[in-house]
Design a protein around this ligand. Structure first.
Ligand code: SF4
Length: 455
């Protein structure tokens, strides 16, 4: 091993063996720099190290053999070994020979290495280093937080320039996401809002890479993410999901109460012709049939969506198809935008732009249809007893949200009185009224709930 030693004897110690080319060396530098910045002590012998990272090379057979030999040596001399680098691209080549390694990640995966180190050798606390709380500073109220699971997008929707601006999908390894979520919950967060550009694609870019959390293996994919987040005791809400077949697997978790029965799916349109022109993901899926099946499995499912009207080439027939779809789908929460060209978007080159006034008219017609649906669906909840999460407490009422309401974009539950509660408390309420957007409720006093209340 070839790394320096420094600082206090109490810090956890990591040794790193770097094999291979300069690119691998740069990855090693990144890993040791970040470990050092987090307060780990870097050591140069196996017996001083609490854990050893081996950065492997898999370029030619001789390099692979040297990598495997080094892993074997580290296991024999130290026992706690993480493997990363080029050979990690095929983890089975390593684990079939050295099944006792704690984890394997591929090249350029410093995040995954750091995440595994945290898992097996918890990060030291140093008040001089920890100027921000674990999980970082948040601009949201203390009781809810957005949890970003990936950056970028692999799709090419014709009206969108996000893939050009932010690049292809880059998922954060699941262990890292879960540790951030744990820290947030420890800090008092009662609701985690999972966000990305395409939550249903989570982990595709990493080949659904295995990771470690709470001593077990998890895969970097949406269903594992949802199941693990559901163990933390906070509400978990999924945003920006596309209606792919594998999404069916999270509906069972919703029905079981593991995560909130809520899906935010930006359908954008219903006409196959327009969806094709928009180049939307899952454009060919039969979304109505899928929604029906989801509701059969989880009747309390809330569906939120957004739509664009007045997309280039949208005819009256396309628009009517959309309204018919809306009537059939009976979505709970819906936003509707008129199409507006974004500089650099491919849709700007499409023919037959819809005149501005017609776009506005269609938006109004769309919202009128949805307002009735929304009012009807909220009315069906009058008389229910539901759990809500309090956002604000005013002088004579509290403002809360139900399982069906995401902050900022959905409706509210206005609770009479309830001034003795705190933001972040979960309480049960009796719903006695509804309008097109919001519900009105009274607290269920006889079931007064302590602390943060039920899920
Ligand atoms: S609109 Fe389409 S291209 Fe843009 S971020 Fe969403 S899925 Fe990706």
């Amino acid at each position: 091993m070839d790394q320096a030693k420094t600082t206090s004897a109490a810090s956890p110690t990591v040794g790193l063996v770097s094999l291979g080319c300069p690119k691998a060396l740069v990855d090693s530098e990144d890993i040791v720099s970040r470990l050092r910045a987090e307060g780990y002590r870097l050591v140069s012998s196996y017996d001083q190290a609490d854990l050893v990272v081996v950065n492997t090379c898999g370029f030619i057979d001789a390099a692979k053999a040297e990598s495997l030999e080094t892993i074997g040596e580290a296991l024999a001399e130290n026992g706690k070994v993480l493997v990363t680098g080029c050979m990690g691209a095929k983890p089975e080549d390593i684990t079939s020979i050295h099944p006792k390694v704690l984890g394997v990640s591929g090249p350029h995966q410093a995040d995954a290495v750091l995440s595994s180190v945290h898992q097996h050798l918890p990060r030291p606390h140093d008040p001089r280093l920890d100027l921000v709380p674990p999980g970082g500073l948040k601009l949201t109220p203390r009781h809810y937080a957005y949890l970003k699971i990936s950056e970028g997008c692999n799709h090419k929707c014709s009206f969108c320039i996000i893939p050009d601006m932010r690049g292809k999908l880059r998922s954060r390894p699941l262990g890292m996401v879960l540790r951030e979520a744990e820290q947030l919950v420890e800090r008092g967060v009662r609701e985690l809002l999972v966000i990305s550009q395409d939550t249903s694609a989570y982990g595709v870019d990493l080949g659904y890479q295995a990771d470690y959390w709470r001593g077990r293996e998890v895969e970097t994919r949406m269903v594992d993410l949802a199941a693990a987040l559901g163990e933390l005791g906070a509400w978990v809400r999924l945003h920006y999901v596309y209606p792919y077949p594998h999404v069916d697997r999270v509906i069972g978790l919703m029905q079981a109460g593991t995560i909130l029965p809520y899906l935010d799916i930006p359908f954008q349109h219903a006409s196959q012709r327009i969806l094709k022109a928009m180049r939307r993901p899952a454009a060919a899926e039969n979304t109505l049939r899928r929604i029906e099946r989801w509701r059969d499995e989880c009747p309390q499912l809330t569906l939120r969506s957004t739509f664009i009207v007045g997309f280039p080439g949208e005819t009256e027939a396309d628009f009517r198809e959309l309204l018919d779809w809306l009537e059939a789908a009976q979505l709970d929460r819906v936003g509707c935008f008129t199409y507006s060209p974004v500089e650099g978007a491919r849709a700007n080159r499409l023919e037959d732009p819809v005149p501005e006034q017609l776009k506005q008219e269609r938006q109004e017609r769309f919202m009128a249809v949805q307002a009735e649906i929304s009012a009807r669906r909220l009315q069906q909840r009058v008389g229910n007893t539901e759990t809500v999460l309090i956002d604000e407490v005013e002088s004579d009422h509290a403002v809360a949200r139900s399982r069906s309401d995401a902050p900022e974009i959905d409706g509210l539950v206005i609770i009479d009185g309830c001034t003795d509660r705190q933001p972040g408390d979960r309480i049960e309420v009796h719903i006695h009224g509804a309008d097109q957007h919001d519900l009105f409720a009274t607290p269920v006093r006889k079931k007064e709930l302590s602390g943060h209340g039920p899920l």
